[in-house]
Write a protein that binds this ligand. Structure first.
Ligand code: NDP
Length: 465
């Protein structure tokens, strides 16, 4: 049989994606480094097995795909991708197309795109975990429009669909643009999760709420403006009981967060781009701090735990989270806009918001309105778009109240607080960088611009140095 497409790497994501592709009616040839995995996959494919062509060598894989060939790589990011590209090099022609669908660093995707590979190459971010890959992920591709057009039919068919039926799969731009957008998606994911965790902490430690009570609050929020996958699963995880006892599951989980690094990549890249994304940076910082368990225990022994007795209605916490979320996304989209300018990519910001509406981890009701607001003016701070400016104006007192009360009682709220700090800086017409400039000129003779139009000059501090 001639398969329409091939796939390499039948791990968690690759296997799910292959079944999704087969289910949508595209015969698929598959190959895995460990052959036994390929046969187990085929045997477990049920009625979809007919659409799956298992192969034992790369040569066989290539021979089973109709020309010009398309092969999806779903192996760990890094050297495994380079190794597979090298192994495919003698087997493929210049019209064949390889798609790296793993979580590649977009710099690697840029490098591979420019390396003069003897076949076509697309970088593709896939979000939604195993469930998304199986039943509809969000897909962010980078490469030429011609390559996207060639395979877009399959990728839109397997992708998630937004409520209006449009597919959550699109070409973001050239080369590494798809993996770049996926990286920022992951950074926002870190931030969304952290802000929810901060509100959870206030409810648990500041207001003595049980996991069950917190679950009910989250569940309620999921019917309002915060409706999102992450709020939905937060309600579910706080409702679950420990199978080894009857305590809430979440209470039995060590407070040390794992990370695979994509949030950190976003923070590092933001520094290179001089893009302020403090909410995401705070979320990465919080995961790093969470790893320092012993130091935190010693800190509490020396300085005491945060105080209880905070009294905030859930509606105030909900409004604070709404404000924090808008500010975080505003930062994320400004970073994407900055990258577009810096890398010469033409990135479709409303299109990105639309691709995130379904299938991916940060899917939420609010992304619909964000797409509309970005369509009005893609380069504008989302917090300044009339619709969101009104929401922020309404929610801001709650965010201030939550941050102020939390901080006064010693509760760490790094993401919510840094969103607020950024907002206050962004609405301050005369900031304090005049002081920085004066200091820089004093010790380093860096000069400064004046506010009155007199030519740039140095300050009168020469003699005092
Ligand atoms: P798994 O560990 O489940 O699977 C890895 C697959 O890659 C296996 O098929 C493995 O083959 C193969 N592989 C590993 N090393 C090599 C190598 N050096 N050469 C050839 N094949 C190799 O990983 P996932 O499916 O979870 O992840 C795959 C990619 O998708 C990663 O880039 C990941 O970051 C990304 N991703 C994962 C998500 C998730 O939720 N898990 C979500 C979005 C993206 P073998 O059977 O021989 O070991």
């Amino acid at each position: 049989a001639q398969a329409e497409i091939g796939l390499i790497g039948l791990g968690t994501m690759g296997a799910a994606l292959a079944l999704n592709i087969a289910e949508k009616g595209f015969p698929i040839a598959v190959w895995n480094r460990t052959t036994e995995v390929t046969h187990r996959f085929h045997a477990g494919a049920g009625e979809l097995a007919e659409q799956v062509v298992p192969t034992e060598t790369l040569e066989e894989l290539v021979a089973k795909i109709a020309e010009p060939r398309t092969i999806i790589l779903m192996v760990p990011a890094g050297p495994a991708v380079d190794d597979q590209l090298a192994a495919l090099t003698p087997l493929l022609g210049q019209d064949d197309l390889v798609i790296d669908a793993g979580n590649a660093d977009f710099h690697d995707t840029n490098r591979r795109s420019e390396a003069g590979l003897p076949f076509r190459f697309l970088g593709m971010g896939v979000s939604g975990g195993e469930e998304g890959a199986r039943h509809g992920p969000s897909i962010m591709a980078g490469g030429t429009a011609a390559d996207w057009d060639r395979i877009g039919k399959v990728l839109t068919a397997i992708s998630a669909k937004a409520e209006d039926g449009s597919p959550c799969a699109a070409r973001m731009g050239d080369a590494g643009a798809g993996h770049f957008v996926k990286m920022v998606h992951n950074g926002i994911e870190y931030a969304d999760m952290q802000m929810i965790a901060e509100v959870y902490g206030l409810l648990r430690d500041g207001m003595d709420k049980s996991a069950g009570q917190i679950s009910a609050i989250f569940d309620n929020w999921n019917n309002g403006p915060l409706q999102s996958y992450l709020i939905e699963i937060s309600a579910k995880v706080t409702a679950a009981s420990d199978p080894h006892g009857d305590r809430p599951m979440v209470d039995m989980i060590l407070d040390r967060a794992g990370q695979k690094g994509t949030g950190r990549w976003t923070a590092i890249e933001a520094q290179h781009l001089a893009a302020p994304i403090p909410v995401i940076e705070a979320a990465v910082m919080a995961r790093n701090v969470s790893a320092r368990l012993d130091e935190r225990k010693a800190g509490e022994e020396r300085f005491g735990a945060p105080a209880t007795g905070i009294d905030l209605p859930p509606q105030v916490l909900e409004q604070a989270l709404i404000a924090g979320k808008i500010l975080c996304y505003a930062q994320g989209f400004l970073m994407i806009e900055g990258a577009a300018k810096s890398f010469g990519w033409s990135l479709d910001l409303p299109g990105i918001a639309r691709v995130w509406r379904a299938g991916c981890i940060i899917r939420s009701a609010m992304l619909n309105d964000m797409a509309d607001a970005l369509a009005e003016d893609p380069g504008r701070n989302l917090a300044m778009a009339p619709y969101f400016a009104d929401l922020i104006e309404k929610a801001l007192p709650a965010l201030r109240q939550v941050v102020a009360n939390g901080i006064a009682a010693g509760h760490p709220l790094p993401a919510l607080a840094s969103g607020l700090m950024w907002f206050d800086m962004m609405r301050t017409a005369r900031g304090t960088a005049n002081m920085i400039q004066a200091q820089r000129d004093f010790f380093g003779a860096h000069g400064f611009e004046r506010i009155d139009g007199i030519a740039d000059e140095h300050g009168p501090w020469g003699s005092s140095q």
